[in-house]
Design a protein around this ligand. Sequence first.
Ligand code: NAX
Ligand code: ADP
Ligand code: K
Length: 508
Amino acid sequence: MRLELLTPAEMADADRLAIAEGPFDGIGLMRNAGRAVADVVLERFPAAAHVQVLVGPGNNGGDGYVAARILQESGIAVSLWASGTPREGSDAAIAAEECPLTASPLAEFEAAAGAVVVDALYGAGLSKPLSGDAARAVTLITEKKLKVVAVDLPSGVSGESGKVLGSAFRAAVTVTFACKKPGHLLLPGRDLCGDLIVADIGIRSSVLDTVAGRIFENKPPLWRDVFPKPAVDTHKYRRGHAGIFSGGPTTTGAARLSALAAARAGAGAVTVFSPGNALAVNAMHLTSIMLRKVDDIAELAAVLGEGRSSAFVLGPGFGVGEKARDFALAILAAGGRLAEAGAEGLVLDADGITAFRDAPQWLFEAAARAEAPALVLTPHEGEFVRLFPEIAGKEDLSKLGKARAAAEAAHAVIIYKGADTVIAAPDGRTAINSNGAPWLATAGSGDVLAGIVAGLIAQRMPPFEAACAAVWLHAEAGSQLGPGLIAEDLPAALPRVIKPLYLSPDAG
Ligand SMILES: NC(=O)C1=CN([C@@H]2O[C@H](COP(=O)(O)OP(=O)(O)OC[C@H]3O[C@@H](n4cnc5c(N)ncnc54)[C@H](O)[C@@H]3O)[C@@H](O)[C@H]2O)[C@@H](O)CC1
Ligand SMILES: Nc1ncnc2c1ncn2[C@@H]1O[C@H](COP(=O)(O)OP(=O)(O)O)[C@@H](O)[C@H]1O
Ligand SMILES: [K+]
């Protein structure tokens, strides 16, 4: 399965290129698309006695005319409701001519109890909010709780952003073509799509290769090639050393969650760097994880000078303030010297992010230095606004667009967390995660994620791939654990989600 996600504009390019290169012309692709939709209706709703097909004026409607014809030919009662008429000479006009059904105006649409609805009003060409007859149809169908099969996208959902324009159908199944689009994975789009089926309609993969940009669905094939695998003759320091900064005596748990996660992600050694007054409490709860006193910038400089740690986590439970800023900047500044000893990255999370709310530029400039260790920022929505207020306020940007702009501005890998976590690199690569579960919304869950990222970077995994892998593993662990999950469970669940990555090339 392809991991590339095509924006609606890229998909339109793919369409044009596919038609130019063959083997199918425009109406050929449309017939294949409409047949795929009809097949799904017949498979999913074999007992459907009545299908109401709603068609728009563009190619999405064209797919709907084809589906309506095939469904009628299969013996089902089909009614057709049209908003506008296809442009003369268009593929959709041919599809409409080939359809023996007479369309009624959408303005007269009534939702028939028990009917299955095929939503072929608007797809990739959605250009303005749903209103008038289309919005009315959404209301009627939603009220009657009819099952909806959406063509390409539920009408009203932006294929680019997953946002709802005006109102939108909630589909039981969505049939899209050739590959997924960002709006199928970003919320609320993902939720409104229901089950997502990607149908092959005869667009050559070489066409998709030509058009595909740098947006991906986050799945193991995206990063498995660089996922760390210990060599037979390895030893613990070759597997990397992660350093996790602890907060004061009453806020040490978050760092220990990160530390445990870094170790479970495969770092050969992990040390908690703790203020002196929290050493005792940390010591009581650490076993395989090491502990060292780091109270001030001088003690931090000594640690950095030794060059043992290759990845750091700063922020969970650390406290917001000057100390967090000074520590983060010291680590980023030490990169050149550390690079020889292998320092690879700083994961700045939680308080570490908030500490820079009044001076994000200091952080971004430090990360921009060529020799600086890679910076990975892991904001949830609230933290994102603090660090990137301007980008966060841009209503026209999708979550993906915001993450990408932030990565560029901060010279950092951004993990923009949430139910539809987006990972973005400063070079423009972006991935959308989709294997999470709401059980992950629990205190400490983010601390574990930060630790996994550091654990992977400590093993020399490149930062973007490490971030993607960490998000996937964290989400997979959360999905497998399910109800009752607390953050403490997540590190312990990592072995069982990591092991399949080594066993089968198709895992995940
Ligand atoms: N991508 C592909 O390879 C293929 C795409 N096909 C279909 O083509 C679709 C895209 O077709 P189009 O580009 O014609 O776009 P659409 O059919 O999605 O919509 C375009 C038309 O609807 C109007 N419109 C958009 N939003 C509106 C709104 N809210 N209210 C009123 N009018 C609105 C536009 O002005 C335009 O006239 C895809 O979604 C897919 O279903 C298929 O035909 C097969 C091949
Ligand atoms: N509804 C959800 N579905 C899937 N993942 C979620 C959901 N809500 C939160 N998460 C994930 O859980 C983690 C929560 O992190 P964060 O907000 O930093 O919490 P904390 O600070 O309590 O650790 C993030 O990785 C986030 O993506
Ligand atoms: K649609």
